[in-house]
Design a protein around this ligand. Structure first.
Ligand code: HEM
Ligand code: HEM
Length: 455
C-alpha cells in the first residue's frame, strides 16, 4: 500500500513532514487565540474556535504535532545510526507515523467539537489517548528490535535518553490521563490535581526534554568535531533527571490544599533540578569549547546551540518560580506563559528543528533545498521567541504586582492590552517561520533538482 511504502528512512521523513505541517497549524491556532485575547468579539464567537477550545488545540498541536513528531522522527534516525543497524521495520515505522498523526487530527477535531478531559495537556479524550499509546508502543518496539539486532556494542547516551523518553512518556501518559477511567480521564478531588500535574510537568520534562537532549548529545559532538566531554556526566544527567523530575509536578499547584510534605518535595526537587540540567549543559558546552564557529557554520548545529541557551534560561527561571515567595507574583499570569514558550519552543522546539535540518541532508542524500530559508526560519523563530519572552514576562509582572496590591483581574486587563497586541505582532514572526519551514522541508524531501549532491 502506497501509504505504508517502505523506503530507507521513510519513517523519519514522514515524521518530519508531519512536524512541519503541525507547526504551521499549531502556530496559526496560537495566533487565533492571541487575536481573541485582544479582541474577544472579532471572530464572532464561532463555537469551534472559542478561546477555551483553541487554546488546548494550540498547545496539543505544538507539543505533540510539531515538537513531538520532529523528536520521534529524529529518534527513528538516531537509534539505527548509533547502533549501526537499519531500522527493524520501516513499515511499522510508517504505521507509527500514521497513528501519531491520527491522534493529533482526532484530538484537534474532538476538542473543537467541545469534547475535552479538561486537564491541561491531557485534554484529548480516551479514544485519542489509546491511539497515542499504540503509536508510542509501536515506536518503542521497532527501536527495541533494532537495538536487539545491533552491530555496535556500546550504547551511546542518546540511545539511553531515547529509550528513557519512550518508557517515561508511556508511563506518565497512561497514569496522567487516568486511562482506566475512560469516561472522565480523571480521578477525583485533590489527588486528581496532583496526578494531573504529575502528568503536566512530565510531558515537558520526561517526554520533550529527554528526546531533545538525545538530539543535542548527537549533533553537538559531530558539528564541533570533538568527542563528548564526559560520558560519566551524561549518565549523571540521565539518572538524576529520572530521579528528580518525576515528583516535582506539585510545584504547579502550590496554592491548592495539597499536603505540605508534597509541596516541600516539589520545591526542593525543583531546586535540585539544577543537577541534571547543569550536567547536560556543562557536558555539551565543554565539548564545544573553542569550537563554536564550527557549530555556527552548520544549520542544524546552530539551532541546537540556540536551544541549549534557552534550556539554561528556562531552567534558571524554573527553580526560582517554584519558590512560594516568587510565585506570589508570577503564578496565574503571563509570566508562566512566557516560561512555557521558552521551554516548549525555545528549548525543545528549536532543538527539534535543529534535528530536522541536521538529519534531512543525511537521509535524502542531498543538501537542504535552501540553507538561506533555514537560516531565515532560525532568525524568525529566535526573534519571535525573544519577543515572546520579553513581552509576556513584562505583562506577567504587571499582572502579578497588580494582584498583589489588591487590584481585581478585570482592572488589570487594560494594563496588559498593549502587551497582548505586541505578542500578536511578534507571533507573526514565528508563524512566518513555520510557513517557511514547511516549504523548505517539503522541497528538501520531494522537490529536489537532479544533479545536486549532499554537502
Ligand atoms: C511552535 C511554537 C509555539 C509553541 C511550542 C507554543 C507553546 C505554547 C504552550 C506550551 C502554551 C501553554 C502556556 C501555559 O499554559 O502557560 C501556549 C499558550 C499560548 N500560546 Fe503558544 N506556542 C507557540 C507559538 C505561538 C504563537 C505563534 C502564538 C501566537 C501569537 C501563540 C499564542 C499562544 C496563546 C494565545 C496561548 C494561551 C495563553 C493564555 O492562556 O493566556 N503561541 N503556547
Ligand atoms: C529546572 C527545570 C524546571 C523547573 C524547576 C520548572 C518549574 C516550573 C514551575 C514551578 C512551573 C509552574 C509555574 C506556576 O504555575 O506558577 C512551570 C511551568 C511550566 N513549565 Fe517549567 N520548569 C523547568 C523546566 C521546564 C522545561 C525544560 C520546560 C519545557 C520543555 C518547561 C515547561 C513548562 C510549561 C509548559 C509550564 C506551564 C504549565 C502550565 O500550563 O501552567 N519547564 N515550570
Amino acid at each position: 500500500m502506497e501509504l505504508l511504502r517502505e523506503e530507507p528512512h521513510g519513517t523519519t521523513k514522514a515524521f518530519y513532514l508531519s512536524s512541519a505541517v503541525w507547526m504551521v497549524f499549531g502556530t496559526l491556532a496560537g495566533f487565533t487565540g492571541a487575536v481573541q485575547l485582544i479582541a474577544p468579539e472579532l471572530l464572532g464567537n464561532i463555537p469551534w474556535i472559542v478561546f477555551g477550545r483553541i487554546r488546548p488545540i494550540h498547545t496539543n498541536a505544538v507539543i505533540f504535532g510539531f515538537v513531538g513528531s520532529a523528536l520521534i522522527g529524529s529518534a527513528h534516525y538516531l537509534v539505527p545510526t548509533l547502533v549501526r543497524t537499519p531500522l527493524y521495520s520501516e513499515r511499522l515505522g510508517k504505521i507509527t507515523v500514521w497513528l501519531w498523526n491520527l491522534a493529533v487530527v482526532l484530538g484537534t477535531l474532538t476538542l473543537s467539537l467541545g469534547f475535552s478531559q479538561n486537564r491541561e495537556y491531557a485534554e484529548w479524550i480516551w479514544p485519542v489517548d489509546v491511539i497515542v499509546m499504540a503509536s508510542l508502543g509501536l515506536g518503542f518496539y521497532n527501536l527495541l528490535q533494532t537495538v536487539k539486532r545491533r552491530e555496535e556494542e556500546i550504547l551511546y547516551v542518546s540511545v539511553w535518553y531515547i529509550f528513557g523518553a519512550f518508557v517515561f512518556t508511556a508511563f506518565i501518559y497512561f497514569f496522567g490521563n487516568a486511562m482506566w477511567n475512560p469516561f472522565t480521564g480523571s480521578i477525583t478531588g485533590i489527588p486528581d490535581g496532583i496526578l494531573a500535574w504529575f502528568y503536566g510537568h512530565g510531558v515537558v520534562g520526561l517526554f520533550l526534554t529527554p528526546f531533545a537532549v538525545a538530539i543535542a548529545y548527537y549533533i553537538i559532538p559531530i558539528t564541533c568535531r570533538a568527542p563528548l566531554y564526559s560520558h560519566s556526566l551524561s549518565l549523571l544527567g540521565f539518572w538524576s533527571l529520572l530521579m528528580i523530575y518525576t515528583h516535582i509536578g506539585t510545584h504547579h499547584i502550590l496554592q491548592a490544599p495539597t499536603p505540605t510534605w508534597l509541596k516541600v518535595i516539589a520545591i526542593t526537587g525543583s531546586i535540585a533540578m539544577l543537577v541534571p540540567v547543569a550536567a547536560v549543559l556543562i557536558n555539551l558546552w565543554l565539548t564545544m569549547r573553542g569550537r563554536i564557529p564550527y557549530i555556527l557554520g552548520d544549520t542544524g548545529g546552530k539551532f541546537v546551540l540556540a536551544g541549549t541557551v534557552w534550556y539554561l534560561l528556562t531552567c534558571i527561571q524554573g527553580p526560582l518560580q517554584a519558590l512560594p515567595v516568587v510565585q506570589r507574583i508570577t503564578h496565574f499570569n503571563n509570566w508562566v506563559v512566557a516560561h512555557a514558550h521558552m521551554g516548549v519552543l525555545g528549548f525543545s522546539g528549536i532543538i527539534a528543528l535543529g534535528g530536522i535540518y541536521f538529519i534531512l541532508p543525511r537521509i535524502t542524500g542531498r543538501p537542504l533545498h535552501s540553507k538561506f530559508l533555514a537560516d531565515m526560519q532560525y532568525w524568525l523563530v529566535l526573534l519571535g521567541m525573544s519577543g515572546f519572552f520579553t513581552v509576556l514576562t513584562a505583562a506577567g509582572l504587571i499582572q502579578g504586582h497588580g494582584w498583589l496590591n489588591g487590584e481585581t483581574v478585570y482592572r488589570m486587563l487594560p494594563e496588559i492590552h498593549p502587551y497582548m497586541v505586541l505578542r500578536l505582532s511578534v507571533g507573526i514572526l514565528i508563524v512566518s517561520g513555520a510557513f517557511i519551514g514547511l516549504y523548505n522541508i517539503y522541497m528538501s524531501l520531494y522537490g529536489f533538482k537532479t544533479g545536486r549532491k549532499a554537502s
